[in-house]
Design a protein around this ligand. Structure first.
Ligand SMILES: [Zn+2]
Length: 245
């Protein structure tokens, strides 16, 4: 077994570990996804509750203002009604009754506004009640899920550490730059970073390679990358007895 064969064997083993490592890394990102979505929902609900409570406070203040205005209008009305008793002319009487009628109209409009606001407050309070139930439920769900997710993350991190250690062991004796390049190729090229040449064709990308280039690979003096797909190449020896059969 030539020195290069050993290197190729190591690279093939390394590739297996790299694939496990990449998968574990993806899973690490995937594990907290659902929890994060729950947390985002919880925060949205929190904001919405805060806004609704602020709205209620504003409505209540507006209702207070309206009630004060109604009181003031009622005082005006009483004042005008008192004056009616003392008037002398029909013209004065008409002016006052028209004034009183206008005030009454204003009061009735304001009472309508007050009623609308009060029913809005009731509606909002009901919504808040429902949302607060949901809020409490979410909070509990998040706490349970968080514990679960943290355990899963711990396990996955331990698994990943195992692969890193394995990788280090396999890589000993290999050139750092080759390992670096190889990792990048495996990641970019669908998990396959080392392929054979059969019948002068790269088994990674099916490119026909020049005979001189194939001979270089076959001599196994250095690590050679496919000029088309950048994968590391090794020469696949046809067994003579295979041809005989
Ligand atoms: Zn290729």
């Amino acid at each position: 077994m030539g020195k290069m064969k050993e290197v190729f064997d190591k690279l093939i083993k390394l590739q297996d570990v790299l694939l496990k490592e990449f998968k574990a890394e993806d899973e690490l990102k995937e594990i907290p996804r659902e929890l994060n979505a729950l947390k985002a929902k919880y925060e949205r609900l929190e904001r919405s509750l805060k806004e609704e409570k602020e709205n209620i406070e504003n409505y209540k203040k507006t209702v207070e203002d309206i009630l004060k205005n109604i009181e003031a209008l009622n005082r005006d009305k009483e004042k005008y009604e008192g004056q009616i008793l003392q008037i002398k002319t029909q013209k004065e009487y008409e002016a006052l009754t028209s004034e009183i009628a206008q005030i009454e109209e204003k009061i009735s409009l304001m009472k309508e506004q007050e009623e609308d606001l009060n029913s809005e407050i009731v509606k909002l309070n009901r919504e808040i009640e429902n949302q607060e139930e949901e809020y409490a439920r979410l909070k509990e769900e998040i706490a349970v899920k968080e514990k679960e997710v943290n355990e899963q993350l711990e396990n996955k991190k331990r698994e990943l550490e195992g692969y890193l250690k394995e990788k280090e062991e396999i890589s000993s004796g290999l050139d750092d730059e080759i390992i670096y390049k190889f990792e990048k190729i495996v990641k970019k090229k669908d998990g396959i970073g080392i392929v054979s040449i059969k019948n002068n064709i790269c088994m990674g990308c099916n490119m026909i390679l020049p005979p001189q280039f194939v001979n270089d690979v076959r001599r196994e003096e250095s690590i050679i990358f496919c000029p088309n797909c950048s994968r590391i190449l090794y020469y696949f020896e046809e067994e003579p007895q295979d041809i005989a059969i």
